[in-house]
Design a binder for this molecule. Structure first.
Ligand code: EPU
Length: 337
């Protein structure tokens, strides 16, 4: 079914809760609806996909059409001996999918518990937390190609996943609308507890069952990350910067205790943007209606009634201060519209 809204407020459709509007929003719940929405002569000129609105900062009124998938199907495709394949519609809440897996004793999604957003958004930025990434369990991504007006499928490899990155942020940006994602999940016990806090909290709960891991992850997230329904935010506002190994080492020598993580390439290292912002003295900073979260410096928050422009002004200030103190550029992780 297709539902259209004209001149619609975006406040409840973005987790920052900024007060902007969209000229038109089209909701659809079946992939065939896209053939109609993008039929020749009928296709919107300017459009973008709006998932859960959890990784977006609207800095102005959107004068095009926002396409919003609402399909909520979860279908088990086939069972192997050690894995199960599941097809999930783009409109399913990510955490509802994780819960669904945990209830059925399917392994692989549990470390990604409570990440806000929709399943359709998960492959776009290859969501990740606590040593796991969506790419570890994604088998295929189904999408509508608006240029060719065709329904197509990409394998995991073809998605070219990277750290918070994929082909949907590159070549297929502004062209693909993800309709469903197929996941491969484990049917045998396979916990991933590399992240110290999770390991400890799981042990406190009595060991590595799916339910204990989910509870541990939810509890850690709830203590560090603000609830978007109370305090508008979009999770990590910045990416963790990737720098040459030598730069990371010399910074670590100057700054005792600075965390360094491995990166995809051995000559590179990943730094913790949250740590850099914190040590630049900005944690808990308030600038009018916006601020740096007081428990996790990587998160910018709307204390109420802020515009996207005000959040951006704070983001630029944070970037400048980190650059001034450490000589490191931190990029936004959130999409700025
Ligand atoms: N840190 C500080 N001060 C802070 C925040 C962090 O000193 O205010 C330090 C921590 O003590 C730790 C290091 O920085 O030593 C890293 O912090 P943390 O483990 O909290 O993780 P992160 O790098 O800040 C990333 C993801 C999160 C994900 C967590 C857990 C990015 C941009 N963020 O955060 O993802 O939940 O790891 O795995 O990669 C998101 O993308 O929206 C998100 C929340």
């Amino acid at each position: 079914m297709i539902t259209t809204y004209i001149d619609h407020p975006l406040r409840d459709l973005n987790s920052f809760h900024v007060e902007e509007r969209a000229a038109r929003i089209i909701e659809f719940d079946r992939k065939e609806d896209l053939d109609e929405i993008f039929a020749e002569g009928n296709a919107p000129e300017k459009w973008a996909v709006l998932g859960g609105g959890n990784n977006i900062l609207f800095t102005q009124h959107y004068d095009g059409t926002l396409i919003h998938p609402t399909g909520k199907g979860i279908e088990r495709l086939q069972d192997g001996s050690a894995s199960a394949r599941v097809r999930v519609d783009a409109g399913v809440e990510w955490d509802d999918f994780v819960q669904w897996c945990v209830e059925r004793e399917l392994w692989g999604a549990e470390n990604l518990s409570l990440i806000p957003g929709s399943v359709g958004a998960a492959p776009v930025q290859n969501i990740g937390a606590y040593g796991a990434e969506a790419r570890d369990i994604i088998d295929q991504v189904h999408y509508f190609d608006t240029l060719q007006r065709k329904h197509l499928t990409l394998s995991n490899e073809e998605c070219r996943f990277g750290y918070r990155d994929s082909i949907f942020k590159g070549e297929l940006r502004g062209r693909a609308i993800i309709t469903a994602v197929d996941f491969t999940l484990g049917t045998t016990v396979s916990p991933s507890l590399r992240y110290g806090d999770v390991q400890q909290q799981v042990e406190e709960r009595g060991g590595a069952t799916l339910r204990n891991i989910r509870e541990a992850v939810c509890s850690i997230r709830q203590t560090k990350l603000p609830d978007t329904s109370v305090l508008g935010n979009a999770g990590s506002f910045f990416k963790n910067p990737i720098v040459p190994c030598a730069v990371a080492k010399s910074l670590q020598q100057e700054n005792e205790g600075m965390p360094i993580y491995p990166a995809s390439d051995d000559s590179l290292r990943k730094l913790a943007a949250g740590w850099l912002i914190d040590k630049a003295g900005l944690k808990g900073l308030r600038m009018g209606k916006v601020g740096v979260h007081d428990r996790q410096a990587l998160v910018l928050v709307n204390h109420g009634g802020a515009t996207g422009g005000e959040v951006m002004a704070l983001a630029r200030y944070v970037q400048a201060k980190v650059k001034e103190k450490f000589g490191i550029e931190i990029e936004t992780e959130v999409n700025i519209w």
